[in-house]
Design a protein around this ligand. Structure first.
Ligand SMILES: [Zn+2]
Length: 632
């Protein structure tokens, strides 16, 4: 028997129900508890969902929707197979800005009463549906509104091909409820099937088993047999084509982008092999990428079977593919083992960054992964500085009650999380740590977990009462204390040491064109630009630009980094490129620092507002919600 079964019982509302004999001893009272009692007692509280999964929970969704580009509306029905665990007379779904037309119960579709509760900021309104103790099927007729923040409707002009409109969703963290009425908590998993009707000239894909060719009817069906949390519900509709990379991997993109993408991501199959070698079998059958138009607000979104990815990683030299390693790693950390609440977000992202770097090390060697670690550490230092040394948001375990969970989406979860795991690896050794991580993924596969459960698992499986090890791992210092523990190890990189040498010679007067920058990757360039002093002369800026062509770089990471010193030093030669970049690219990670640098001066602020007025329609709500706040 699995010794961690008592973990699973509480957190897999589904897990035990499939077993014949499920009652077990309560470890505390030694009394026999039924599964349902345990579920209700142990279900994690998610302050960002109205659902009460311990009472009545959805197991499977059958989605039947039509996508109208004319009206910018998705409408149809969501039919749920539910389990009424507590034999209650109500099941609650999350909604935000949805129009609910009607709700039916059972196969026979008997109309039932329902109400939308009071709307709360970020969270939307609970949809309370009256059910019977034996209700198994609930069908909700609905349509989306202009407030569907998950959806971005792009005009043909906003696509690479310029001929057809495009739609994509971004459900994480709590935006699934803006396009589907759903129990929108990462602690609840469902399987789904879907029928999606789109204009005939377009194709639809989802986080599911996907078509590889456009059909003539515009009607597509999907099946997702592995249970997923709601934030991984995803849909995209547009003029797209598919090309395979390996047997199990391939790429969807607009026809205008597909070849560049196939070149850029040619190594995704090798990444999959490396990932499986590290942490066990890939559990989702296919792994494909969908390259989106540039307004996609994130680098990538790990929608299962079909990662959504920004075209800003198409650098033409495969130098920004660690992003793909990252999204692939989520197939284990996040999609397979999922943070139960957004307060535990570091479990998703910290593990994924750690895993991403391990995949990159496997493929390109330790020196390559070291560069990524140093850049990540720089990002972490900047975030720590921004949030302040005592900020509670710099702890790994967050408290986001009453706030938009998006606020927890900082480098703390990613890079401090990664640093914590690297610290554990250092203490116990790589071999033992890998065994532990493997066991962690196996034990919690298709389950949700939270910080306490992970730490319990860590104590039992790895620390095993060894006080010296416990002290070195320092759970309290990493997880519950702001900032970084004093004895944390700062990462170093030998390749960056060469960059530093070049930088020093340049600062001492050597012309940029004479620096030895042969074979530098995006990462070396990024590091070099980040080293530049706050104050530079117009000659220095021009010298660098002339030698290295930063302003005209086709590499978005390099461009985005270069605009910062350009703004600071009023290097107006970069203005036009910057404006083009800001009006084309919607990736929040790039936008925020550039706008921030701009608004630091009164003239910059005027410039920023003028650009933003023009660019805003190109951004997804995830980006505008951050930028509106900054630029108001
Ligand atoms: Zn991630």
């Amino acid at each position: 028997m699995n010794p961690y079964r008592n973990y699973l019982l509480g957190f897999s509302l589904a897990g035990c129900l499939q077993l014949a004999a499920c009652s077990t001893q309560n470890p505390v009272t030694n009394e026999t508890m039924t599964t349902q009692e345990q579920d209700i007692a142990k279900a994690p509280v998610d302050v960002h969902s109205f659902a009460k999964p311990a009472e009545a929970v959805a197991r499977h969704l059958d989605l039947d929707i039509a996508v109208s580009f004319d009206q910018k509306v998705i409408s149809g029905k969501a039919t749920y197979q539910i389990e009424n665990l507590a034999k209650t007379n109500q099941i609650i779904f999350d909604t935000r800005g949805l129009k609910i037309e009607q709700v039916y119960l059972g196969e026979e579709q008997t109309p039932t009463t329902f109400r939308l509760g009071k709307e709360k900021e970020f969270l939307g309104s609970p949809l309370e549906v009256d059910i019977q103790p034996d209700t198994r099927l609930v069908t909700i007729l609905y349509s989306t509104t202009a407030n569907a923040d998950a959806l971005q409707w792009l005009s043909p002009q906003q696509t690479a091909g310029k001929k057809h409109p495009f739609l994509f969703t971004q459900s994480q963290a709590i935006l699934a409820r803006t396009w589907i009425p759903i129990q929108d908590s990462p602690g609840i998993r469902i399987t789904y099937s879907a029928k999606v009707k789109v204009p005939k000239e377009l194709m639809a894909v989802m986080s599911a088993e996907n078509p590889q060719q456009k059909n003539t009817t515009g009607e597509y069906t999907f099946e997702m047999r592995q249970a997923i949390p709601s934030y991984l519900m995803a849909l995209s509709v547009g003029d797209m084509v598919f090309k395979p990379i390996g047997k199990q991997t391939g790429i969807y993109a607009e026809p205008a982008t597909i070849d560049a993408a196939v070149y850029e991501f040619a190594e995704m199959d090798k990444m999959l092999v490396a990932a499986e070698k590290l942490y066990g079998k890939y559990r989702w059958d296919r792994y494909d990428l969908l390259v989106l138009p540039p307004s996609f607000p994130f680098g990538g979104m790990e929608n299962p079977r079909l990662t959504f990815v920004t075209p800003t990683v198409l650098a033409k030299d495969r130098s920004l593919t660690s992003l793909i390693a990252h999204e692939l790693a989520h197939s284990w950390s996040g999609n397979l083992v999922t943070n139960a609440t957004w307060d535990d977000f570091w479990l998703n992202e910290g593990f994924t960054v750690y895993f991403e770097r391990r995949i990159m090390e496997e493929l390109y060697g330790k020196e390559y992964a070291d560069m990524l670690n140093v850049l990540g550490y720089q990002d972490l230092q900047n975030t720590l500085e921004e949030l302040g040394p005592q900020s509670e948001d710099t702890r790994l375990k967050l408290d986001l009650e009453g706030r938009n969970p998006d606020e927890g989406l900082t480098d703390i979860a990613y890079e401090k999380g990664n640093a914590f795991l690297q610290n554990i690896e250092r203490v116990v050794g790589r071999e033992r740590f890998d065994q532990f991580v493997n066991e962690y993924f196996q034990t919690f596969a298709f389950q949700s977990t939270n910080t306490d459960l992970f730490l319990d698992f860590l104590r039992k499986e790895l620390i095993q009462g060894d006080e010296k090890v416990a002290e070195q791992i320092n759970i309290e210092g990493w997880v519950y204390t702001p900032g970084l523990p004093e004895n944390h190890v700062k990462p170093t990189s030998s390749r960056f040491a060469q960059v530093a040498d070049a930088y020093t010679s340049w600062k001492n007067g050597k012309p940029a064109a004479q620096l030895n920058t042969k074979d530098w990757s995006s990462h070396e360039w990024l590091h070099f630009i980040r080293m530049l002093p706050e104050q530079m002369t117009p000659q220095q800026m021009a010298d660098l630009d002339k030698a290295f062509g930063f302003t005209n770089s086709g590499n978005s990471e390099v461009l985005a980094a270069w605009f910062i010193p350009a703004i600071r030093n009023n290097y107006t030669s970069a203005d036009k490129a910057m404006e083009t970049f800001l009006t084309n690219v919607g990736r929040r990670k790039f936008l925020v620092p550039i706008y921030k640098a701009l608004i630091a001066t009164p003239e910059g602020k005027t410039k920023a507002r003028a650009i933003y007025a023009k660019a805003r329609p190109n951004y997804h709500a995830v980006s505008t919600s951050t930028l509106d706040e900054m630029l108001k």
